[in-house]
Design a protein around this ligand. Structure first.
Ligand SMILES: *[C@@H]1O[C@H](CO)[C@@H](O)[C@H](O)[C@H]1NC(C)=O
Ligand SMILES: *[C@@H]1O[C@H](CO)[C@@H](O)[C@H](O)[C@H]1NC(C)=O
Length: 372
């Protein structure tokens, strides 16, 4: 694993030690748990797990995105790796290629990432809703099986029927459904009325993948939307909770998560031979913000990269990477990268907790999904 930060001062010395410990523990975890044969992974979602699919929109994303780990912009909205990258690394499998990045050296032997920035579940038929991502997957699957057919000399490069059956299917979506509703000016009660439909879309997606033979599902719930610097800087009427987050936004996120959890419970009864793991990302992220001092994060609600300075350093007209924006120094202690997405170090801590078994239902080690 490459070193995270290049330090120039003693101020961040203890933070460095802390970061090293987090990465060391991820590394040990990966050494202990890594797979003989890593699973094929398919991921669906929004920018929280988009590893470059935003190429499908043609958005230009440059440095400082990617500056810490990749040393160039990969299309990830982060200074380095995302949660999904750390999860892949914990299985010793290569990072997922985005389905829509045609120049990304399209290697899909270990799966594909259909997640794209801005995606939501509803409306159902706009690019790149969850439904469209599932349709892209179905297209991918039928082409792969065709190319994996016995007459093709390169057939080993494509995922077989067995690969699809034993693959791990990950979904991380819903944040934008709630965010878009509030952004349109809908009230809390109007927004939460949408939740059953949003969760129904995710249920439909899982059932479609199940009907295609998928049996292993890993579902992330949504994080504390009301703690994002972007929301905090743009929302006028505000009721803040004890940690300074927008209470109504977080309440909507929590209600969504409750429904999602119940839906997963129902599906475990309905689809008895499937493994459906629900992961409580909300609790992990909220406790990171609530206990930010213990982790060495100075300003949990301020973006590292943005414009405007404290308290949030976010301006909708001058976002990270755009002319006039500022960016914190490499050793700085920020949870939020650009006002919406988390920094690599925050993602590393989230990954460590996801892998700890304390936040997944039923508690399932991630290497459970290694091919056997
Ligand atoms: C991780 O994968 C690499 C190559 O893919 C392999 O050489 C190495 O032995 C693997 N490590 C473990 C611990 O499985
Ligand atoms: C962003 O630009 C718009 C249009 O020029 C302006 O009305 C708005 O006040 C700006 N917002 C901020 C936060 O500067």
């Amino acid at each position: 694993m490459a070193p995270l930060f290049l330090h120039s001062n003693t101020f961040s010395f203890f933070f460095t030690i802390f970061v090293s410990q987090v990465l060391l523990s991820l590394w040990h975890h990966s050494a202990a748990a890594s797979c003989q044969t890593p699973p094929v992974i398919f991921n669906f979602g929004d920018s929280n797990s988009d590893t470059g699919g935003l190429a499908g929109h043609g958005y230009p994303i440059g440095l400082p995105n990617g500056r810490l780990f990749f040393r160039r912009s990969t299309g990830r909205l982060c200074d380095g790796r995302l949660l999904i990258d750390f999860l892949c690394q914990s299985l010793n499998t290569s990072l997922l290629s985005p389905y829509l990045d045609s120049l990304g050296g399209t290697r899909f032997q270990n799966g594909a990432n259909f997640a794209i920035v801005g995606s939501s579940t509803l409306p159902k038929n706009v690019h790149f809703s969850l439904n469209i991502q599932i349709m892209q997957f179905l297209h991918f699957k039928s082409r792969s099986l065709e190319l994996a057919s016995s007459s093709n000399p390169l057939k080993g490069m494509f995922i077989s029927e067995d690969g699809f059956r034993k693959a791990l299917y990950m979904i991380d979506i819903g944040q934008n459904d709630i965010a878009h509703s509030f952004a349109k000016g809908s009230s809390y009660s109007q927004t939460v009325k949408l939740i059953p439909q949003i969760v129904a879309e995710i249920k439909t997606a899982i059932k479609r993948l199940y009907n295609e033979g998928g049996r292993r599902f890993w579902i992330h719930n949504t994080g504390p939307l009301g703690c994002l610097p972007q929301k905090l800087s743009m929302v006028k009427s505000r009721y803040l909770d004890q940690h300074g987050c927008l209470a109504s936004y977080n309440a909507a996120a929590k209600l969504f998560n409750q429904r999602l959890d119940h839906m997963c419970e129902d599906l475990r009864i309905e689809l008895r031979d499937a493994n459906i793991i629900y992961v409580d990302i909300y609790t992990i992220k909220y406790s990171l913000i609530a206990n930010s001092n213990n982790y060495g994060f100075g300003r949990p609600l301020m973006a590292c990269c943005g414009y405007g300075g404290p308290p949030y350093n976010y301006n909708v007209n001058i976002t990270c990477g755009h002319k006039g924006s500022n960016v914190c120094d490499k050793g700085s202690r920020f949870i939020s990268w650009d006002g919406i997405h988390y920094t690599e170090i925050a993602n590393a801590i989230v990954a460590m907790k996801v892998l700890s078994l304390h936040y997944s239902m039923p508690p399932t080690p991630f290497h459970f999904f290694c091919r056997r």
